[in-house]
Design a protein around this ligand. Structure first.
Ligand SMILES: [Fe+2]
Ligand SMILES: [Fe+2]
Length: 280
């Protein structure tokens, strides 16, 4: 398989991020990247191969078809990416520094952070507030820990350290992803037909949350995360954490003891991300 060098480097967060990686980490990342590309190619062929002509509308799975896959996997779909490898064994992680900062987590535990970096890059380009840029930068990082209800988990993870609007936007972007708002520039994503099923309806707590948000004075905060989320899957985009260092400095209150060592209500979550191999 041919590797597009620029796309590969971009997928790791850009040249600056790659420069901080060990040779072993680079080799692993390359393997992971090639596997993902291969999966994409296989999926694209599969779509054309299921009695469909390439170019015809994609056939999305049903909820029942997705449920049928559960017992074909040794990992539940909700397991965070740090804890579950569906591509062979997990890899040894580089240790975190004694006093870890948010940037250390981006470099050592959130990688590849391409999706959130692309989302934040788009938010910055389109003139969003710094609270929303920060929300875009952090909106999916908790997926490394756990996936179900990731809006709530993600907000809880960052809440002690960020502005209230940022936590609000992260908590509720998950809900608003299910509800189109063409006026704001957000359509229901095809990706959700693929991962939830064509006939999926969100559970009652999501519906109730949507009802609450519709009339909330901060509705547009999580909505803007969804608007920037939608366009954030370009494998050729060049992204890096560097342009966000000032925004982080202004709005993320890094504890002097280091994230995880500060006894905040979410310190244990940071410690778990730092040490996912701990048996208890
Ligand atoms: Fe999300
Ligand atoms: Fe996202």
């Amino acid at each position: 398989m041919e590797v597009d060098r620029r796309a590969f480097i971009a997928s790791l967060g850009g040249a600056a991020a790659v420069a901080t990686m060990s040779s072993e980490a680079k080799a692993d990342a390359l393997e992971h990247y090639m596997e993902e590309k291969l999966d994409e190619m296989v999926a694209a062929q599969g779509r054309g191969g299921q009695g469909q002509t390439p170019g015809q509308p994609e056939k999305f799975p049903t909820v029942a078809e997705i449920e049928d896959r559960i017992e074909k996997s040794n990992v539940r779909r909700g397991a965070g990416s740090l804890f579950a490898s569906n591509r062979g064994n997990v890899k040894k992680l580089e240790p975190m520094p004694k006093v870890p900062t948010l940037l250390d987590f981006y470099k050592l535990r959130f990688e590849p952070a391409n999706h959130v970096l692309q989302s934040a890059t788009r938010a910055m380009k389109t003139g969003m507030s710094e609270e929303i840029i920060l929300a875009c930068l952090m909106h999916d990082v908790v997926l490394n820990l756990i996936k179900p209800d990731h809006g709530w988990w993600g907000a809880q993870l960052i809440e002690p350290y960020v502005p209230e609007k940022t936590a609000f936007a992260v908590r509720y972007h998950q809900t608003l992803r299910f509800y189109p708002d063409p006026e704001a520039g957000y359509e229901y994503p095809d990706q959700y037909y693929r991962i939830f099923g064509i006939d999926y309806t969100p559970p009652p707590h999501i519906e109730a949350t949507y009802k609450m948000l519709k009339n909330h004075k901060w509705y547009m905060e999580p909505r803007m995360v969804t608007v920037n989320d939608l366009y954030a899957f370009d494998p050729n985009a060049k992204v890096s954490i560097e342009p966000f260092i000032d925004v982080i400095g202004r709005h993320f209150k890094t504890p002097k003891e280091g994230l995880g060592n500060d006894n905040s209500p979410s310190a244990h979550m940071w410690r778990t991300i730092a040490r996912p191999d701990s048996p208890l």
